[in-house]
Design a protein around this ligand. Structure first.
Ligand code: PEP
Ligand code: MN
Length: 344
Protein backbone atom coordinates (compact mmCIF):
# COMPACT_ATOMS: atom_id res chain seq x y z
CA UNK A 1 0.00 0.00 0.00
CA UNK A 2 0.93 3.61 -0.35
CA UNK A 3 0.23 6.13 2.40
CA UNK A 4 -0.33 9.58 0.94
CA UNK A 5 0.25 12.32 3.53
CA UNK A 6 -1.75 15.54 3.50
CA UNK A 7 -0.32 18.71 2.07
CA UNK A 8 1.53 20.32 5.00
CA UNK A 9 1.78 17.22 7.17
CA UNK A 10 4.45 17.51 9.84
CA UNK A 11 7.64 15.47 10.24
CA UNK A 12 6.24 14.16 13.51
CA UNK A 13 3.14 12.82 11.71
CA UNK A 14 5.30 11.17 9.04
CA UNK A 15 7.50 9.62 11.73
CA UNK A 16 4.42 8.25 13.45
CA UNK A 17 3.22 6.59 10.23
CA UNK A 18 6.69 5.06 9.74
CA UNK A 19 6.62 3.76 13.32
CA UNK A 20 3.25 2.06 12.76
CA UNK A 21 4.43 0.55 9.48
CA UNK A 22 7.45 -0.96 11.23
CA UNK A 23 5.23 -2.29 14.02
CA UNK A 24 3.36 -4.20 11.32
CA UNK A 25 6.67 -5.89 10.40
CA UNK A 26 6.78 -4.01 7.11
CA UNK A 27 9.36 -1.63 5.68
CA UNK A 28 8.86 1.92 4.50
CA UNK A 29 10.24 4.03 1.72
CA UNK A 30 9.55 7.71 2.33
CA UNK A 31 9.31 9.85 -0.79
CA UNK A 32 9.35 13.57 -0.07
CA UNK A 33 7.68 15.52 -2.86
CA UNK A 34 7.41 19.25 -3.42
CA UNK A 35 3.88 19.38 -2.08
CA UNK A 36 3.32 16.10 -0.31
CA UNK A 37 5.12 13.20 1.23
CA UNK A 38 4.26 9.64 0.33
CA UNK A 39 5.15 6.58 2.39
CA UNK A 40 5.43 3.47 0.21
CA UNK A 41 4.95 0.37 2.33
CA UNK A 42 7.14 -2.56 1.31
CA UNK A 43 6.26 -6.19 2.04
CA UNK A 44 3.12 -8.33 2.01
CA UNK A 45 0.56 -6.02 3.61
CA UNK A 46 -2.45 -7.98 2.37
CA UNK A 47 -3.51 -9.08 5.82
CA UNK A 48 -2.68 -5.85 7.63
CA UNK A 49 -5.31 -3.44 8.88
CA UNK A 50 -5.18 -0.37 6.64
CA UNK A 51 -7.63 1.58 8.71
CA UNK A 52 -5.02 2.09 11.46
CA UNK A 53 -3.00 4.21 9.01
CA UNK A 54 -6.04 5.83 7.40
CA UNK A 55 -7.08 7.44 10.66
CA UNK A 56 -3.64 8.82 11.60
CA UNK A 57 -3.24 12.59 11.81
CA UNK A 58 -1.69 13.98 8.66
CA UNK A 59 -2.74 11.06 6.44
CA UNK A 60 -4.81 11.92 3.37
CA UNK A 61 -5.45 8.41 2.04
CA UNK A 62 -4.09 4.92 1.89
CA UNK A 63 -4.02 3.28 -1.53
CA UNK A 64 -3.89 -0.53 -1.54
CA UNK A 65 -1.69 -2.10 -4.20
CA UNK A 66 -2.21 -5.80 -3.51
CA UNK A 67 -5.73 -7.27 -3.70
CA UNK A 68 -7.17 -8.25 -0.32
CA UNK A 69 -7.77 -11.78 -1.61
CA UNK A 70 -4.78 -13.91 -2.45
CA UNK A 71 -5.49 -17.46 -3.61
CA UNK A 72 -8.34 -16.24 -5.82
CA UNK A 73 -6.20 -13.52 -7.38
CA UNK A 74 -4.30 -13.43 -10.64
CA UNK A 75 -1.31 -11.96 -8.84
CA UNK A 76 -0.77 -15.42 -7.39
CA UNK A 77 -1.83 -17.60 -10.35
CA UNK A 78 -1.64 -16.21 -13.88
CA UNK A 79 -3.19 -19.04 -15.86
CA UNK A 80 -6.97 -19.52 -15.81
CA UNK A 81 -8.25 -22.35 -13.65
CA UNK A 82 -10.17 -25.25 -15.15
CA UNK A 83 -12.45 -26.86 -12.57
CA UNK A 84 -13.49 -30.51 -12.90
CA UNK A 85 -17.13 -30.94 -11.87
CA UNK A 86 -16.93 -34.63 -11.00
CA UNK A 87 -13.28 -35.16 -10.09
CA UNK A 88 -14.00 -37.74 -7.40
CA UNK A 89 -16.41 -39.80 -9.50
CA UNK A 90 -14.77 -39.73 -12.91
CA UNK A 91 -11.03 -39.81 -12.28
CA UNK A 92 -9.57 -37.49 -14.87
CA UNK A 93 -12.49 -37.83 -17.25
CA UNK A 94 -14.78 -35.25 -15.70
CA UNK A 95 -16.63 -32.46 -17.47
CA UNK A 96 -15.01 -29.13 -16.63
CA UNK A 97 -15.79 -25.42 -16.36
CA UNK A 98 -13.05 -23.04 -17.53
CA UNK A 99 -10.90 -23.28 -20.62
CA UNK A 100 -12.09 -23.03 -24.21
CA UNK A 101 -15.37 -24.84 -23.79
CA UNK A 102 -18.39 -23.02 -22.38
CA UNK A 103 -20.13 -25.39 -19.95
CA UNK A 104 -23.90 -25.22 -19.65
CA UNK A 105 -25.65 -26.36 -16.48
CA UNK A 106 -29.41 -26.52 -16.84
CA UNK A 107 -32.49 -27.87 -15.15
CA UNK A 108 -35.37 -26.84 -12.96
CA UNK A 109 -35.16 -24.39 -10.09
CA UNK A 110 -36.36 -27.14 -7.72
CA UNK A 111 -36.52 -30.89 -7.80
CA UNK A 112 -40.26 -31.55 -7.72
CA UNK A 113 -40.54 -35.30 -8.36
CA UNK A 114 -38.54 -38.25 -9.67
CA UNK A 115 -40.42 -38.22 -12.98
CA UNK A 116 -39.85 -34.48 -13.46
CA UNK A 117 -36.11 -34.61 -12.85
CA UNK A 118 -35.56 -37.79 -14.88
CA UNK A 119 -37.42 -36.43 -17.90
CA UNK A 120 -35.71 -33.03 -17.85
CA UNK A 121 -32.26 -34.60 -17.30
CA UNK A 122 -32.53 -36.56 -20.55
CA UNK A 123 -33.66 -33.46 -22.43
CA UNK A 124 -30.82 -31.31 -21.04
CA UNK A 125 -28.28 -33.98 -21.94
CA UNK A 126 -29.71 -34.22 -25.44
CA UNK A 127 -29.48 -30.44 -25.90
CA UNK A 128 -25.80 -30.35 -24.87
CA UNK A 129 -25.71 -29.50 -21.16
CA UNK A 130 -22.83 -30.89 -19.07
CA UNK A 131 -24.55 -30.44 -15.72
CA UNK A 132 -28.01 -30.82 -14.25
CA UNK A 133 -29.18 -28.22 -11.75
CA UNK A 134 -32.03 -28.62 -9.30
CA UNK A 135 -32.57 -27.45 -5.75
CA UNK A 136 -33.40 -30.03 -3.11
CA UNK A 137 -33.02 -27.47 -0.33
CA UNK A 138 -34.63 -24.18 -1.36
CA UNK A 139 -33.94 -20.79 0.24
CA UNK A 140 -37.41 -19.27 0.07
CA UNK A 141 -38.33 -15.74 1.08
CA UNK A 142 -41.66 -16.93 2.46
CA UNK A 143 -41.56 -19.70 5.08
CA UNK A 144 -44.90 -21.08 3.80
CA UNK A 145 -43.58 -21.56 0.23
CA UNK A 146 -42.35 -24.94 -1.06
CA UNK A 147 -39.04 -25.62 0.70
CA UNK A 148 -37.76 -28.47 -1.49
CA UNK A 149 -37.77 -32.27 -1.23
CA UNK A 150 -34.53 -32.35 0.81
CA UNK A 151 -32.70 -35.72 0.82
CA UNK A 152 -35.42 -37.35 -1.29
CA UNK A 153 -34.68 -34.72 -3.97
CA UNK A 154 -30.94 -35.42 -3.73
CA UNK A 155 -31.62 -39.10 -4.40
CA UNK A 156 -33.63 -38.29 -7.53
CA UNK A 157 -30.77 -36.07 -8.73
CA UNK A 158 -28.23 -38.86 -8.17
CA UNK A 159 -30.44 -41.27 -10.11
CA UNK A 160 -30.64 -38.78 -12.96
CA UNK A 161 -26.83 -38.59 -12.99
CA UNK A 162 -26.60 -42.36 -13.16
CA UNK A 163 -28.90 -42.39 -16.19
CA UNK A 164 -27.39 -39.45 -18.09
CA UNK A 165 -23.84 -38.85 -16.84
CA UNK A 166 -24.67 -35.20 -16.14
CA UNK A 167 -22.86 -33.58 -13.20
CA UNK A 168 -25.30 -32.70 -10.42
CA UNK A 169 -25.30 -29.11 -9.17
CA UNK A 170 -27.40 -28.43 -6.09
CA UNK A 171 -27.60 -25.82 -3.39
CA UNK A 172 -26.40 -26.46 0.12
CA UNK A 173 -27.96 -24.01 2.56
CA UNK A 174 -26.40 -24.98 5.86
CA UNK A 175 -23.51 -26.85 7.42
CA UNK A 176 -25.67 -29.81 8.39
CA UNK A 177 -26.68 -30.36 4.73
CA UNK A 178 -23.08 -30.54 3.46
CA UNK A 179 -22.60 -34.25 4.14
CA UNK A 180 -25.76 -35.36 2.30
CA UNK A 181 -25.07 -33.00 -0.61
CA UNK A 182 -21.53 -34.39 -0.89
CA UNK A 183 -22.88 -37.92 -0.94
CA UNK A 184 -25.37 -37.38 -3.77
CA UNK A 185 -24.24 -34.30 -5.71
CA UNK A 186 -21.10 -33.27 -7.62
CA UNK A 187 -21.09 -29.49 -7.33
CA UNK A 188 -22.13 -27.68 -4.17
CA UNK A 189 -23.95 -24.45 -4.96
CA UNK A 190 -23.69 -21.66 -2.40
CA UNK A 191 -26.71 -19.44 -2.95
CA UNK A 192 -26.69 -15.67 -3.18
CA UNK A 193 -28.24 -15.38 0.28
CA UNK A 194 -25.40 -17.41 1.76
CA UNK A 195 -22.43 -15.82 0.00
CA UNK A 196 -21.22 -14.40 3.29
CA UNK A 197 -22.23 -17.31 5.50
CA UNK A 198 -18.62 -17.72 6.54
CA UNK A 199 -19.14 -20.90 8.55
CA UNK A 200 -20.74 -22.54 5.53
CA UNK A 201 -17.92 -21.32 3.26
CA UNK A 202 -15.39 -22.82 5.65
CA UNK A 203 -17.28 -26.09 5.70
CA UNK A 204 -17.44 -26.50 1.91
CA UNK A 205 -13.80 -25.41 1.86
CA UNK A 206 -13.00 -28.56 3.82
CA UNK A 207 -14.55 -30.77 1.12
CA UNK A 208 -12.93 -31.41 -2.26
CA UNK A 209 -16.15 -30.94 -4.24
CA UNK A 210 -16.42 -28.25 -6.87
CA UNK A 211 -18.23 -25.27 -5.35
CA UNK A 212 -20.34 -22.89 -7.39
CA UNK A 213 -20.38 -19.66 -5.43
CA UNK A 214 -23.17 -17.27 -6.35
CA UNK A 215 -22.63 -13.57 -5.92
CA UNK A 216 -24.64 -12.05 -3.09
CA UNK A 217 -27.32 -9.68 -4.34
CA UNK A 218 -25.63 -6.69 -2.73
CA UNK A 219 -22.03 -7.91 -2.68
CA UNK A 220 -19.19 -5.99 -4.29
CA UNK A 221 -16.68 -7.74 -6.53
CA UNK A 222 -14.15 -7.67 -3.71
CA UNK A 223 -16.58 -9.22 -1.22
CA UNK A 224 -17.42 -11.88 -3.83
CA UNK A 225 -13.74 -12.80 -4.24
CA UNK A 226 -13.14 -12.71 -0.49
CA UNK A 227 -15.97 -15.24 -0.11
CA UNK A 228 -14.19 -17.43 -2.70
CA UNK A 229 -11.00 -16.90 -0.70
CA UNK A 230 -12.67 -18.39 2.41
CA UNK A 231 -13.29 -21.64 0.51
CA UNK A 232 -9.81 -21.71 -1.03
CA UNK A 233 -8.05 -20.85 2.21
CA UNK A 234 -9.47 -24.09 3.66
CA UNK A 235 -7.79 -26.05 0.90
CA UNK A 236 -10.52 -26.38 -1.72
CA UNK A 237 -9.33 -24.75 -4.95
CA UNK A 238 -12.32 -25.94 -7.00
CA UNK A 239 -14.28 -22.71 -6.95
CA UNK A 240 -16.51 -21.49 -9.79
CA UNK A 241 -17.86 -17.95 -9.54
CA UNK A 242 -21.47 -17.32 -10.60
CA UNK A 243 -22.93 -13.91 -11.39
CA UNK A 244 -26.69 -14.07 -10.86
CA UNK A 245 -27.68 -10.43 -10.85
CA UNK A 246 -27.78 -7.80 -8.13
CA UNK A 247 -30.46 -5.65 -6.52
CA UNK A 248 -30.78 -2.18 -7.93
CA UNK A 249 -33.51 0.48 -8.18
CA UNK A 250 -34.53 -1.04 -11.51
CA UNK A 251 -37.78 -2.99 -11.43
CA UNK A 252 -38.49 -4.21 -14.97
CA UNK A 253 -36.28 -7.20 -14.12
CA UNK A 254 -36.04 -9.35 -10.99
CA UNK A 255 -32.33 -8.55 -10.69
CA UNK A 256 -29.93 -6.43 -12.73
CA UNK A 257 -27.36 -8.56 -14.55
CA UNK A 258 -24.03 -6.67 -14.61
CA UNK A 259 -22.09 -8.49 -17.31
CA UNK A 260 -19.06 -6.21 -17.07
CA UNK A 261 -18.14 -8.25 -14.02
CA UNK A 262 -17.20 -11.18 -16.30
CA UNK A 263 -14.16 -9.55 -17.96
CA UNK A 264 -13.35 -7.72 -14.72
CA UNK A 265 -13.29 -10.99 -12.73
CA UNK A 266 -11.12 -12.52 -15.43
CA UNK A 267 -8.77 -9.58 -15.10
CA UNK A 268 -8.29 -9.88 -11.35
CA UNK A 269 -8.90 -13.60 -10.74
CA UNK A 270 -8.02 -16.94 -12.34
CA UNK A 271 -11.32 -18.56 -11.34
CA UNK A 272 -13.90 -19.44 -14.02
CA UNK A 273 -17.05 -17.33 -14.22
CA UNK A 274 -20.53 -18.67 -14.90
CA UNK A 275 -23.52 -16.42 -15.62
CA UNK A 276 -27.06 -17.19 -14.48
CA UNK A 277 -29.41 -15.17 -16.73
CA UNK A 278 -32.48 -16.85 -15.19
CA UNK A 279 -32.13 -15.24 -11.77
CA UNK A 280 -30.29 -12.38 -13.47
CA UNK A 281 -33.45 -11.27 -15.26
CA UNK A 282 -36.39 -13.19 -13.77
CA UNK A 283 -38.05 -13.25 -17.19
CA UNK A 284 -37.86 -16.25 -19.50
CA UNK A 285 -38.08 -14.08 -22.62
CA UNK A 286 -34.88 -12.24 -21.64
CA UNK A 287 -32.84 -15.36 -20.94
CA UNK A 288 -31.67 -16.25 -24.46
CA UNK A 289 -30.39 -12.73 -25.21
CA UNK A 290 -28.49 -12.59 -21.95
CA UNK A 291 -27.02 -16.06 -22.53
CA UNK A 292 -25.67 -14.81 -25.84
CA UNK A 293 -24.34 -11.62 -24.25
CA UNK A 294 -22.71 -13.59 -21.42
CA UNK A 295 -20.86 -15.87 -23.82
CA UNK A 296 -19.89 -12.91 -26.01
CA UNK A 297 -18.23 -11.19 -23.04
CA UNK A 298 -16.27 -14.28 -22.02
CA UNK A 299 -18.40 -16.30 -19.59
CA UNK A 300 -17.00 -19.78 -18.99
CA UNK A 301 -20.42 -21.25 -18.40
CA UNK A 302 -24.16 -20.67 -18.12
CA UNK A 303 -26.59 -21.70 -15.41
CA UNK A 304 -30.10 -21.84 -16.86
CA UNK A 305 -33.45 -22.78 -15.34
CA UNK A 306 -35.57 -25.08 -17.52
CA UNK A 307 -38.96 -26.62 -16.75
CA UNK A 308 -41.17 -28.87 -18.86
CA UNK A 309 -44.23 -26.89 -17.73
CA UNK A 310 -43.10 -23.46 -16.48
CA UNK A 311 -46.67 -22.31 -15.73
CA UNK A 312 -46.98 -25.03 -13.14
CA UNK A 313 -43.43 -24.97 -11.76
CA UNK A 314 -43.31 -24.95 -7.96
CA UNK A 315 -40.58 -22.29 -8.03
CA UNK A 316 -39.31 -19.70 -10.51
CA UNK A 317 -41.62 -20.63 -13.41
CA UNK A 318 -41.57 -17.10 -14.85
CA UNK A 319 -37.86 -17.29 -15.55
CA UNK A 320 -37.75 -20.92 -16.69
CA UNK A 321 -37.29 -21.84 -20.34
CA UNK A 322 -39.20 -24.75 -21.82
CA UNK A 323 -36.97 -27.58 -23.06
CA UNK A 324 -37.66 -26.46 -26.62
CA UNK A 325 -36.66 -22.86 -25.85
CA UNK A 326 -33.56 -24.23 -24.16
CA UNK A 327 -32.58 -26.24 -27.24
CA UNK A 328 -33.11 -23.15 -29.44
CA UNK A 329 -31.05 -21.03 -27.07
CA UNK A 330 -28.23 -23.60 -27.20
CA UNK A 331 -28.03 -23.49 -30.97
CA UNK A 332 -27.98 -19.69 -31.15
CA UNK A 333 -25.43 -19.44 -28.31
CA UNK A 334 -23.23 -21.93 -30.17
CA UNK A 335 -22.87 -19.45 -33.00
CA UNK A 336 -21.90 -16.67 -30.58
CA UNK A 337 -19.38 -19.01 -28.95
CA UNK A 338 -17.75 -19.69 -32.31
CA UNK A 339 -17.55 -15.97 -33.01
CA UNK A 340 -15.50 -15.47 -29.84
CA UNK A 341 -13.30 -18.57 -30.34
CA UNK A 342 -15.10 -20.74 -27.83
CA UNK A 343 -17.21 -23.86 -28.19
CA UNK A 344 -20.13 -25.34 -26.38
C1 PEP B 1 -31.28 -20.92 -7.48
O1 PEP B 1 -30.27 -21.16 -8.17
O2 PEP B 1 -32.38 -21.49 -7.67
C2 PEP B 1 -31.20 -19.87 -6.45
C3 PEP B 1 -31.95 -19.89 -5.36
O3 PEP B 1 -30.30 -18.92 -6.77
P1 PEP B 1 -29.81 -17.59 -5.99
O4 PEP B 1 -29.13 -18.08 -4.76
O5 PEP B 1 -28.91 -16.95 -6.99
O6 PEP B 1 -31.03 -16.76 -5.71
MN1 MN C 1 -34.43 -20.50 -8.91
Amino acid sequence: MIVVMKNGSTQQQIDHVVKLVREMNLKEHVIVGEERTVVAVIGNDRFKDRSVLETCDGVDKVVPILAAYKMASREVKKERSVIPLMAQRMNGNSPTIGGRKVGVIAGPCSVESRAQITEIAHMMKEAGAIGLRGGAFKPRTNPYSFQGLAVEGLKYLAEARDRTGLAIVTEVMSIDQVEACCEYADVLQIGARNMQNFNLLNKVGETRKAVMLKRGMSATLEEFLLAAEYIMARGNQNVILCERGIRTFEDYVRNTLPLAIVPELHRVSHLPVVVDPSHGTGKSYLVESMCKAAVACGADGLLVEVHADPEHALTDGAQSLTPQQFAEMMSSVKRVAQAVDREI
